[in-house]
Design a protein around this ligand. Structure first.
Ligand SMILES: CC(C)(COP(=O)(O)OP(=O)(O)OC[C@H]1O[C@@H](n2cnc3c(N)ncnc32)[C@H](O)[C@@H]1OP(=O)(O)O)[C@@H](O)C(=O)NCCC(=O)NCCS
Length: 151
């Protein structure tokens, strides 16, 4: 299915917080969402299906760097290409702005996310020991170079 990916704003905050609670133990607060949705500190894009928000991604675009801050798909809608649609749209936005590199961190045990990022060509560049406050798990750091891959 070709999902339409749209930019989200302040009116979407309730849906975003509901989805976030379904997807993460340690979830973003209203204030953290408002930094992006109102303050423009980062971008939030999403996919709606069946009248509800089923996936979203938050990412910062600073100078020529993109950083993935959060990416989540509703548990009932996983493995249907929504994560890929979101990441793909963010890459298009990066290309349009001349972004050259992207970074992210991910829990070492998060196999679905690791597989998705590797599918898009991200390469592991490091480890941060016991990085996450909720589980004290290690973070794997990944990088993607747009010029090298998209020239
Ligand atoms: C990670 C996540 C966003 C993936 O979303 P999704 O919509 O299910 O992913 P897609 O259907 O677009 O899958 C795209 C690719 O990702 C990989 N992938 C996704 N889920 C996977 C799984 N459970 N096992 C293995 N690979 C998986 C595959 O390579 C897949 O491509 P394929 O279908 O051709 O094999 C989703 O599992 C999620 O919300 N997890 C909980 C929140 C989270 O951990 N977010 C990441 C924080 S860093």
């Amino acid at each position: 299915m070709n999902d339409e990916v749209v930019e989200l704003g302040e009116p979407d905050i309730r849906d975003l917080m509901d989805l976030e609670k379904l997807c993460f133990e340690y979830h973003w607060t209203r204030e953290q969402f408002l930094l992006g949705l109102e303050g423009g500190a980062y971008k939030v894009i999403g996919v709606r299906r069946d009248g509800g928000l089923v996936g979203y991604m938050a990412f910062s675009l600073i100078a020529d760097e993109m950083e993935i801050l959060n990416l989540a798909v509703h548990p009932g809608y996983r493995r249907q290409g929504i994560g890929e649609a979101l990441l793909g749209r963010s890459f298009e936005m990066c290309a349009a702005r001349g972004v050259t590199k992207s970074f992210l961190d991910v829990k070492v045990s998060n196999d679905p996310a690791l597989a998705l990022y590797r599918k898009f060509g991200y390469k592991k560049i490091g480890v941060r020991k016991k990085y996450y406050p909720d589980t004290r798990e290690d973070a794997l750091l990944f990088r993607y170079d747009f010029q090298q891959n998209d020239a």
